[in-house]
Design a protein around this ligand. Sequence first.
Ligand SMILES: NC(=O)c1ccc[n+]([C@@H]2O[C@H](COP(=O)([O-])OP(=O)(O)OC[C@H]3O[C@@H](n4cnc5c(N)ncnc54)[C@H](OP(=O)(O)O)[C@@H]3O)[C@@H](O)[C@H]2O)c1
Length: 264
Amino acid sequence: MMERIFPDPAVLSGAALEHEVLAAPPENRRSTRPWVSFNFIASIDGAATMDGLSGKLGNAWDLRVFSLMRQTADVVLVGAQTVRAEGYGGELLSKAAQKWRAENWLSEHPPVAIVSGSLNLDPGLEVFTQAPVRPLVLTLASAPQERREALSEVSDVVTVGEDSLDVARLITELSGRGYKNLHSEGGPTLLGSFAAAGRVDELNLTVSPMLVGGSAGRIAHSPGSHATGSHVAGAQAAVASGMTLTRILKAESMLFLRYVRPAT
Ligand SMILES: NC(=O)c1ccc[n+]([C@@H]2O[C@H](COP(=O)([O-])OP(=O)(O)OC[C@H]3O[C@@H](n4cnc5c(N)ncnc54)[C@H](OP(=O)(O)O)[C@@H]3O)[C@@H](O)[C@H]2O)c1
């Protein structure tokens, strides 16, 4: 059973849950600039992964909410390591979700936009070969030219920074393509980059009722702040910013929290 705990406590039917998650939040509707949302899951002891992946933290309820959030995206933004670790092959949406999008004047498939400084991405990955719409790869001017050329065969490669990621430029590039709802499914380095730039408008956090222990990282870390084996350039200072809680859903012992950036 899915319940809304806040605001207006209620038990939600499947249709009510859909309405709840698919309806554009009022803050988004009022926003005149692109809206950047992130969706993450973490265990109650703060782990963003279990055995190196996020999937084991979730359940069917989480998958349902995750899928509904993706359904309204103009573009699905992901960091390269999440693509390498989790894979992003084929259609991202069910047939029903595609139909809903068509009925709501959205393209049937949101493109995937992958952020990669190094362009260490195999053009043979399913995210490229099985994509229903051409993906974007958002990279740096300093990325190796031969990788840029190889990936240009299977994606639109766009420069969004010189030696380090320019988050504002990334957002401008995507909004210039008509994408207003920029929805990100992670991972932690990407969230850290957007948080450092003050460009996280919405953070959806599923709190998974698990104690994971171990050495798993959090849902955000600043690029360059610790060794990840990645090619992210330039340490960025951590920036703390307050967020406002606007919704709590609950299914069994799992919580779904929605936070938005306070209006300035
Ligand atoms: N709990 C959750 O909800 C959740 C969600 C997503 C992912 N994850 C997990 O998170 C782990 C991956 O973590 P991660 O932090 O490495 O993932 P990530 O943010 O998806 O990917 C990091 C990579 O993205 C590119 N990138 C991101 N920010 C950049 C910047 N500021 N400048 C240049 N490049 C940038 C770089 O790609 P290049 O290396 O190609 O240069 C970097 O190595 C995986 O185990 C995944 O399963 C968990």
